[in-house]
Design a protein around this ligand. Structure first.
Ligand SMILES: [Zn+2]
Length: 317
């Protein structure tokens, strides 16, 4: 006689069994990418350290020169360590939070992979690949919100340190005087108003640790854009699939408009990218039980973090 189906528990059927760890060879790949990203971030960090030591804005010549240090005089890149280690710590903790949230919910994910890139900030960030479906609203929220929340907690003290050690350079935020101006997120205005009352936040030249926090918070705000498969997209979808559907169309259009109105050309890339990944299939949520109050509170916190960190013009000339 077949076993009585009523005696069987179906709850675990939400989850497929997950291999305890991703394959070892991907750990080597993750470690290799981390080391290369450390090098590009050391170059970026060196230019921030030089600019800070001279009390002046960034210059492209210094940036190009610092790349030659990689093979001519690598020990000089030690100046970039405070920036590189702070930024990599923020990004790594952000991704590890996602990684462990996935493991908690038996979701198969890769190790965190860093993207080295010879830009002014040394990297295009880091990511984990989620390889099995997210089955519940709770898991969607936990996976989406864990990274930005943990990354913010690491970046905030670094930003406060950076503001405490900042140099006052009048004209720093004026494109007529500085070659490249970095934007000032709301949180920087708030911290500057508390620690240096009466000083324009844009005139503060952050020390390299604070600049790394600035980059980390900028990356956090991009991740929290409430669309598609970004962290913010997961969070919004766990609250309201319908709002997520609308937002995944409206937000890319809004970003492209920011590009049209000359806030930052990079928004064209972000808008286009989000429109493209909009066409990927969203795997349905099997258990759509609404979020509990604690998770709703976490979602509200990520919205506040997004508003504190988002910059319409992160870079301008
Ligand atoms: Zn993330």
């Amino acid at each position: 006689m077949p076993p009585d189906w009523r005696t069987q528990s179906f709850a675990p059927a939400y989850y497929r069994l997950v291999h305890p760890h991703p394959p070892l060879k991907t750990l080597f790949l993750a470690f290799g990418l981390f080391l290369v990203t450390l090098c590009t971030c050391l170059v970026a960090g060196t230019q921030f350290a030089v600019a800070y030591a001279h009390g002046e804005a960034l210059s492209f010549e210094e940036f190009l020169h610092d790349f030659t240090l990689l093979y001519q005089h690598p020990t000089a890149l030690a100046a970039g360590l405070p920036f590189a280690l702070t930024l990599l710590a923020i990004l790594l903790m952000h991704e590890l939070a996602h990684f462990f949230a996935c493991r908690h919910h038996h979701i198969h994910s890769s190790y965190p992979f860093f993207i080295p890139f010879p830009t002014l900030i040394g990297t295009l960030g880091a990511f984990i690949l989620i390889r099995s479906p997210i089955r519940t609203n709770r898991a969607l929220l936990d996976v989406g919100a864990s990274g930005p929340l943990v990354g913010f907690v690491i970046a905030l003290p670094a930003l406060i340190y950076g503001v405490l050690h900042a140099k006052l350079v009048p004209g720093l935020s004026d494109p007529a005087h500085a070659g490249l101006v970095l934007g000032t997120p709301l949180i920087l205005h708030v911290i500057a108003a508390v620690l240096h009352p009466g000083v324009r936040a844009g005139d503060l030249l952050l020390d390299p640790v604070g600049r790394a926090a600035w980059v980390g918070l900028f990356a956090t705000s991009l991740n929290l854009l409430p669309a598609a498969q970004l962290d913010g997209g997961h969070i919004l979808r766990s609250l309201s699939p319908r709002a997520h559907r609308y937002s995944s169309w409206i937000l890319p259009a809004a970003l492209i408009l920011l590009g049209v109105f000359h806030f930052w050309p990079g928004w064209y890339v972000w808008g286009a990218l989000l429109l493209v990944i909009r066409f990927f299939r969203f795997i349905p949520i099997f258990d759509s039980e609404p979020l509990d109050p604690t998770r709703r509170f976490a979602a509200a916190l990520t919205l506040i973090i997004f508003l504190l960190c988002f910059m319409p013009s992160p870079f301008f000339t």
